[in-house]
Ligand binder design. Structure first.
Ligand SMILES: Nc1ncnc2c1ncn2[C@@H]1O[C@H](COP(=O)(O)OP(=O)(O)OP(=O)(O)O)[C@@H](O)[C@H]1O
Ligand SMILES: [Mg+2]
Length: 272
C-alpha cells in the first residue's frame, strides 16, 4: 500500500533522514519512536509532502507521490491527513467551522471566502464530532476546549478529508495522561473501525507498545528497528535511544500505563 524507499532528507550537511525504507502492506497503526532530532518529524513531513525528499521515493498504491505537483499533490495531502502536537486549529473560530476546514481542498475560493458549506458537510462534521464524543462543543470557540478536546477536533478535521492515512506528529505530547489516553484510543478506533493507517510519532515507549501494531525506531535519521511491540525490549530501546546501561524506561514513559494497569493492552472497540 505505502512504500517508503530509501528516503533521504538533507538540510545542508546535516542528514535528517538517512535512506529510510518502510513497507506498509496493509492498514495498520505504526508508532515511530526515537530521541529528539532522530528525524521522526522530517519523515512524516516528507510523506505528507510538507517537505520534499532529497533522495528516494514514496510509493502509494504503486504511484510515486514525491513527483506529484499542484492539484494532484493537494489531493495526496488530503489523503494523508496530518495532526500536530499543537493541534493547529483556528482558536477563535467555532469547533464545527474548524472541522469543516478539512474540506478546504475541494471547495471553491468563493465558497471559502463567504464561509459557505454544503449542508451535507455540516451534518458530516457534526457526526464526526459525535463519534469523537465532542459534538456538544460544536458551537464553542476552539480555544474554549481542553487540550484533549482540541486534539479530537483536529482529528475530526482530518477525518473530514476521509484520508487513507493519518499522520500524527507527537499527538499527545502536550496533553495530560487522561487526555493523552482519550486521543490515542480515538486514533486506535479510527484505525480499527475505518481501516485507516495511522502513523504516529510518539515520545514514549509505553504508548507505542500499548496502541500500535508495529513500532519503528529511528536513530540519527536511520530506521534501526522495525518490529512488533513485543520485540521492543529494554535492550532494543536502549539501542534506539542511544542510551547506556543506566537507561530507564521511566524516562520515556507517561503515566498512562500506570493508570491502566488493569486494562488490556488494546483499547476496546466501543464507539468513541
Ligand atoms: N528546517 C530544518 N532546517 C535545518 N535542520 C533541520 C530542519 N528540520 C529539522 N532539522 C534537523 O533535522 C534533524 C531531525 O529533526 P526532526 O525534527 O525530524 O527530529 P524529531 O525526531 O522529530 O525530533 P523531536 O523528537 O525533537 O521532535 C535534527 O537534527 C534537526 O535539527
Ligand atoms: Mg519531531
Amino acid at each position: 500500500m505505502l512504500r517508503i524507499d530509501k528516503l533521504t532528507k538533507r538540510f545542508g550537511d546535516k542528514i535528517a533522514v538517512d535512506t529510510a525504507t518502510l513497507d506498509i502492506d496493509k492498514p495498520c497503526m505504526i508508532g515511530i519512536i526515537g530521541r529528539s532530532g532522530a528525524g521522526k518529524s522530517t519523515l512524516l513531513r516528507m510523506i505528507n509532502r510538507l517537505g520534499d525528499a532529497s533522495e528516494g521515493r514514496i510509493l502509494f498504491e504503486g504511484r510515486d507521490v514525491t513527483q506529484l505537483r499542484g492539484k494532484e499533490k493537494r489531493a495526496w495531502q488530503s489523503d494523508c491527513a496530518m495532526i500536530f502536537q499543537q493541534f493547529n486549529l483556528v482558536p477563535r473560530m467555532d469547533v464545527v467551522s474548524n472541522v469543516l476546514h478539512g474540506t478546504l481542498n475541494r471547495r471553491s475560493t468563493l465558497a471559502t471566502l463567504f464561509n459557505l458549506y454544503p449542508m451535507d458537510d455540516i451534518h458530516r462534521a457534526i457526526d464526526i464530532l459525535d463519534r469523537l464524543g465532542i459534538a456538544e462543543h460544536a458551537a464553542k470557540r476552539a480555544e474554549a476546549l481542553s487540550g484533549g478536546q482540541q486534539q479530537r477536533v483536529a482529528i475530526a478535521r482530518a477525518l473530514m478529508q476521509d484520508p487513507s492515512i493519518i499522520l500524527a506528529d507527537e499527538p499527545i505530547a502536550s496533553l495530560d495522561p487522561m487526555n493523552a489516553q482519550t486521543v490515542m484510543e480515538a486514533l486506535r478506533r479510527i484505525h480499527e473501525e475505518d481501516g485507516r493507517t495511522v502513523i504516529a510519532n510518539l515520545h514514549t515507549l509505553d504508548t507505542a507498545r500499548r496502541y500500535c501494531d508495529r513500532v519503528v525506531g529511528m536513530r540519527d535519521g536511520r530506521i534501526v528497528f522495525d518490529g512488533l511491540p513485543e520485540q521492543l525490549t529494554t535492550g532494543v530501546a536502549r539501542e534506539i535511544y542511544g542510551a547506556g546501561a543506566d537507561f530507564s524506561e521511566a524516562a520515556t514513559s507517561t503515566e498512562i500505563e500506570t493508570l491502566n494497569r488493569t486494562k488490556p493492552r488494546r483499547a476496546p472497540t466501543a464507539a468513541v
